[in-house]
Design a protein around this ligand. Structure first.
Ligand code: UDP
Ligand code: MG
Length: 327
């Protein structure tokens, strides 16, 4: 290996759920790209593909086993039951990090352009630890998917959650980035939110996303909505703060209403009883919302604490290089 070059054993992790229709094509494509990269000396000869079968009920696992018999660079990981894309991907990443130096995650339907893997590796060689695959445009998506995706990113921004625009789970991560990732032990996984928290140098590569090669999407509307909800509630206590602010605003309105009521009462232009009823409704309502918001804020803090996320990730520590004093 050339001096200064980073270790370059590549692992491509592919989560699969009922992908029998797509898998044969996917495997041929991935084998050809990994062989090409090996021949060009871009990756180590021991580089490999790791399929994660997420409790498929079709022929997916049999196919993976056959690939493993046929090709030395193909391996499989079978989960005992269907646990969802994010969990399956995490299982693959955590296993792959012990055997590879850089890991690329890609969906089994090859909607993401495999030819940019080479570009991702170039970025890795330049010292980047995370390379995000970002879609140039979304013209292969339906109008519905485009608009819902856009609203999702807007909502994330509003909730102050840092995610990469138009990036799904197609990315390269170095071993050391995965090592830090393994410290995020929370159960509610939203990888697109967690990965930017790791730090280290990151960059993007752009590509055109194609339509699914075969089979149908395993992400129906219900799963998409629950992923968006998971993303927000796992990363932000902003909704609770919004309740608190709304409570404050209503209490403020009730004070304005009190002044208005008092003026009307003094000028004698008011129906008897109006002032007290309106004031009670607004004031009590505001105080209740404010109280719920405050209680929520405490619960929010407990929630952040129970995640036990790493508080920081030290990239370099020069102190470690200080020579020991002779005693
Ligand atoms: N997937 C999975 N477990 C699931 C659902 C999906 O491992 O419960 C995998 C699926 O096989 C694919 C990837 O996650 O490799 C993304 O799914 P899909 O392509 O159906 O999503 P879409 O591209 O439609 O958003
Ligand atoms: Mg897909």
């Amino acid at each position: 290996m050339k001096e200064g070059m980073r270790m370059n054993r590549l692992c491509i992790v592919v989560p699969c759920y009922n992908e029998e229709e797509a898998l044969a094509y996917t495997n041929t494509e991935l084998i050809s790209i990994i062989r090409r990269l090996m021949e060009a000396g871009k990756v180590d000869k021991e580089s490999f593909i790791l399929y994660v079968d997420d409790g498929s009920r079709d022929n997916t696992w049999n196919m993976i086993e056959n690939f493993h018999k046929e090709y030395a660079c193909v391996f499989g990981l079978k989960l005992a039951r269907n646990t969802g894309h994010q969990n399956a991907l995490t299982a693959g990443l955590l296993v792959a990090k012990d055997h590879g130096d850089m890991v690329v995650s890609i969906d089994a339907d090859l909607q993401d352009d495999v030819s940019v893997i080479e570009e991702m590796i170039d970025k890795y060689e330049q010292g980047y630890d995370i390379v995000y695959g970002v879609r140039k445009k979304r013209d292969t998506d339906t109008y519905f998917k485009r608009t819902t995706a856009l609203s999702f990113y807007r909502l994330m921004q509003l909730m102050k959650i840092d995610i990469v625009y138009n990036h799904a789970d197609y990315r390269l991560m170095s071993k050391r980035a995965l090592e830090v990732f393994s410290g995020y032990t929370e159960r509610n996984l939203f990888l697109r939110g967690i990965i930017p928290l790791i730090g280290y140098r990151s960059t993007i590569v752009k590509y055109d996303r194609k339509s699914r090669i075969a089979g149908e999407s395993k992400y129906p509307l219900s799963k998409m909505l629950s992923m968006a909800f998971e993303g927000i509630t796992s990363f932000s206590i902003q909704p609770i703060l919004m309740i608190t602010n709304l409570g404050l605003f209503i209490v403020f309105c009730s004070i304005l209403a009190a002044i208005y009521g008092l003026c009307s009462y003094l000028s004698g232009k008011v129906v008897a009883g109006w002032t007290s009823i309106i004031l009670s409704i607004w004031f009590i309502g505001g105080v209740q919302l404010l109280s719920v918001g405050l209680i929520g804020t405490y619960i929010g803090k407990i929630y952040i604490e129970v995640k036990h996320r790493p508080r920081y990730n030290i990239e370099t520590n020069n102190l470690m290089e200080r020579p020991h004093e002779e005693s």
